[in-house]
Design a protein around this ligand. Structure first.
Ligand code: UD2
Length: 313
């Protein structure tokens, strides 16, 4: 049995990681400041975890949190491209300064490995598809820059201090517990909940933008593999975590119409600043080094997610 620290355990990805680890008999400690995480996400598992309400910007709290920990899964962040365009400083503090704190605390506590929630946004709008890890990053939004900067810090801490770090570039993760309530929420959480309430979802731009939407179970699996892979395969490296298939927003809307029986049409709004057009991953590096392959495809993931919101709403 190993002890895991999950930063951002109140978030949708952090709380999913916690549930999965608990079901495997692992020990879970978690921190969250509930700036974007939610109490409801951890309420059910609250008695099974060592939970500390803390901000990753608080270095002392991170030192405490890392004590006696084997693996850190660093998920805490202020996500959202448009939010970072409005507040680049806030994005940088949470997404860069916060990461450096977590790394310092993990280094000092002699943690075995830190796995980081990096982002596909690092690639930016490069025309080459699929995106692979050897491409030169081209971040557009402040959020993308911050996520990429933290990846570099991960690598730096491996090179300078020998702390084993792995960055997982998540490609639009979705699934149960993703918060649909903020204007900055992920598109699938917003579309699904709107359509189940018979409300009109809004497409920003022409709807032809595409994403490699990745169901949460695939991201959880990638984290577990990233902890256990031999250091020679994983440490100091960056991996795409995705499915290797992209769908447009219009296609996605139609698929959701079939699942939810929503009869209306989407509204259209202006394209978002900082948005990128197409996103598709090459997942062969993660397959080669981590043994990663997607467990749940997009259609199945959509079905499961709609089912979950149907019950939760
Ligand atoms: C980026 C990253 C993703 C993750 C996420 C965290 C890319 C390709 N992906 O997601 O990996 O780090 O940031 O926030 O950079 N949209 C609508 N209607 C809505 C909401 C969104 O049309 O109500 C559009 C939006 O303009 C975009 C697409 O849907 O074209 C996906 O938006 P998103 O906010 O779900 O995620 P995205 O791609 O910015």
């Amino acid at each position: 049995m190993a002890r895991y620290l999950i930063t951002g355990i109140g978030g949708f990805i952090g709380s999913s990681l916690a549930r999965s680890l608990l079901s495997r008999g692992e020990q879970v400690r978690g921190v969250d400041n509930f700036s974007t995480g939610r109490h409801e996400n951890v309420a059910e598992i609250r008695t099974q975890i060592d939970f500390r309400e803390a901000d990753i910007l608080d270095l002392d709290a991170m030192h405490d949190a890392c004590r006696g920990v084997d693996y850190v899964l660093h998920q805490a962040a202020i996500p959202s491209v448009p939010k970072s365009v409005l507040d680049p400083l806030g994005s940088n503090q949470a997404n860069v300064d916060g990461t450096v704190n977590v790394l310092i605390a993990a280094r000092d506590a002699k943690v075995k490995r830190v796995v980081y929630a990096a982002s596909s946004s690092a690639y930016g709008d490069t025309p080459t598809l699929p995106k692979h890890e050897e491409m030169t990053p081209n971040p557009i939004s402040p959020y993308a820059v911050a996520k990429l900067a933290s990846e570099h810090y991960m690598i730096s801490f491996f090179r300078c201090y020998g702390l084993e770090t792995v960055s997982l570039r998540y490609f639009n993760i979705f699934g149960p517990r993703q918060d649909p309530s903020s204007p900055y929420s992920g598109v699938l959480a917003k579309f699904i909940t709107a359509m189940l309430r018979n409300e009109q979802p809004t497409i920003y731009g022409d709807g032809e933008q595409s994403r490699d939407f990745t169901y949460i179970d695939n991201a959880v699996e990638a984290n577990l593999l990233a902890c256990k892979a031999p250091a020679g395969e994983a440490a100091g490296k960056v991996f795409n975590v995705a499915t290797g298939r992209r769908v447009t927003l219009i296609e996605t809307f139609k698929m959701l119409q079939a699942i939810t029986a929503y009869k209306g049409q989407p509204a259209y709004g202006p394209e978002r600043s900082g948005d990128i057009k197409h996103s598709l991953a090459d997942i062969s590096k993660a397959a080669r080094h981590l043994g990663y392959k997607p467990l749940v495809n997009f259609e199945e993931g959509l079905q499961r997610t709609v089912e979950w919101y149907r019950k939760a709403m």
